[in-house]
Design a binder for this molecule. Structure first.
Ligand code: SF4
Ligand code: SF4
Length: 433
């Protein structure tokens, strides 16, 4: 039951799953697929009545001039194109004067064709495509129901998007099979897929029978914290020397926001959360897309108005708990200002002193955020002076050159000129040794 309502936030996100967890693929790490068990015997199709009601309530609840409808799954194209034509029609019907409506649509890409893509273009949809790297990497886990590879079908879908000039970004999951190949993946996405916008989402998959966020064992497909940190750092090093201002990687943007004193802008790195909810095909609303499980169900929007659901004590406490449950270890951490302990879904290990609630990815986040500290400070300084952060590429190239000059004539047992305190042979001299 919903508790006494408080003031609803002026804006919030609702990740909508009109087909529930139903998908045409069988990606081995997918946490959505197990959600089918929550709704036995359901057809997993959002009805037309519910679509209209949800659209009306969602628009009404937003006190801001821009509203984004976020479609996910499962695979949302399995609803068929007519469903989304109707969705756009309802958006126009209920839109407030002066309001701008956007649609963000996450798909595996394999069903896209001319018809879908001309609709997306016409209605200004932003498409997120899931692709894990070149074929030999992508196909490790992203297979169809028959266990067959999907890479060529995803590339065909991407070609349709490009042909129709549809805006798209790429979502790449980082897991045991692709984490050893950061640069190959980054260059493939940049040079062959031709995307300007990338997200690298770590796979931390709990190994249990419930499919919920329970237990502390992870599957062998999961990435380790250290691997994830190295993966991001390697890509960052390539990006910061070559691509600043032309390629946008979500976690790099988040970091730059934090280094300039702004909010990270992504729930997992915000101090609190609770304004990114999930809507199931039958109108059930959950605290978050990562917590579609009975104890995080807030109610059904056909029974309780969405504004009340969002403003409920239960949801408020869910969001505040992100900050309030932070271990002391995080509170004293030098990168807390950007990390904030990460997403609660991954907080299931202990700190070195035995405190519960540390993020499984902590070591990776800490290494990565420390790794980017110097270039981030340089970019933040450029922004403070009203100059483009891309100037960092020139500054770092100059620094590299100056350092290389210092290496000339240094003995292997001399202190390394970089100032690390190590002997040259154990530091920058290692490469030539
Ligand atoms: S639980 Fe994690 S993903 Fe969900 S809203 Fe909070 S930070 Fe974001
Ligand atoms: S890096 Fe680790 S210790 Fe620091 S805030 Fe993040 S999770 Fe906490």
């Amino acid at each position: 039951m919903i508790d006494t309502p408080r003031m609803a936030p002026p804006a919030f996100h609702l990740m909508t799953k009109p087909r529930g967890a139903i998908c045409n693929l069988d990606c081995k790490y997918c946490y959505f697929l197990s959600k089918e068990k929550l709704y036995p015997n359901s057809e997993f199709r959002m009805s037309d009545n519910l679509l209209e009601e949800y659209t009306r309530q969602y628009i009404e609840a937003q006190q801001v001039p821009e509203v984004t409808f976020a479609w996910q799954g499962g695979e949302p194209t399995l609803m068929g194109l007519d469903f989304f034509k109707q969705a756009v029609a309802y958006q126009q019907k209920y839109k407030k004067p002066g309001m701008r409506i956007y649609n963000a649509f996450q798909t595996n890409g394999v069903t896209l064709d001319d018809e879908w893509c001309s609709f997306f273009k016409e209605n200004d949809f932003l498409i997120g495509i899931s692709i894990d790297g070149p074929s030999h990497i992508h196909d490790a886990y992203r297979v169809d129901k028959g266990g067959q590879p999907t890479f060529s079908r995803v590339i065909r879908g991407l070609d349709y998007l490009k042909r129709h000039g549809v805006d798209f970004n790429v979502l790449t999951t980082v897991h045991a099979a692709n984490v050893p190949h950061p640069l190959e993946i980054y260059r493939f996405l940049r040079d062959e897929v031709g995307t300007q916008f990338m997200q690298f989402i770590p796979i931390v998959e709990r190994d249990n029978d419930t499919g919920f966020q329970e237990g502390d064992a992870v599957t062998e497909r999961s990435v380790t914290a250290e691997q994830y940190g190295r993966f991001l750092s390697d890509i960052f090093d390539e990006w910061v020397m070559n691509d600043v201002g032309r390629i946008f990687v979500q976690i790099f943007d988040v970091a730059l926001a934090a280094w300039t004193g702004n909010r990270p802008g992504l729930c997992i790195f915000e101090e609190t959360c609770g304004t990114a909810l999930a809507l199931e095909h039958n109108g059930d609303v959950y605290s978050c897309d990562h917590f579609v499980e009975p104890k995080h169900k807030l109610g059904n929007l056909q029974v309780i108005p969405l504004t009340e659901i969002v403003a409920s004590d239960k949801q408020f406490e869910f969001g505040q708990a992100k900050r309030d449950s932070l271990p002391d270890y995080c509170r004293q951490c030098e990168v807390r200002f950007v990390c904030n302990g990460g997403c609660p879904k991954n907080r299931f290990i202990e700190t070195p002193t035995g405190e519960p609630g540390l993020n499984y990815l902590c070591a990776g986040y800490r290494a990565f955020f420390n790794h980017v500290d110097h270039p981030m400070k340089l970019m933040a300084r450029e922004l403070a002076y009203g100059r483009p952060p891309a100037n960092v590429m020139y500054t770092l190239a100059q620094e590299k050159l100056a350092l290389e000059r210092k290496f000339v004539g240094v003995g292997r047992n001399d202190p390394c000129p970089c100032g690390s305190g190590l002997k040259f042979k154990k530091c920058h001299g290692r490469r030539s040794g």
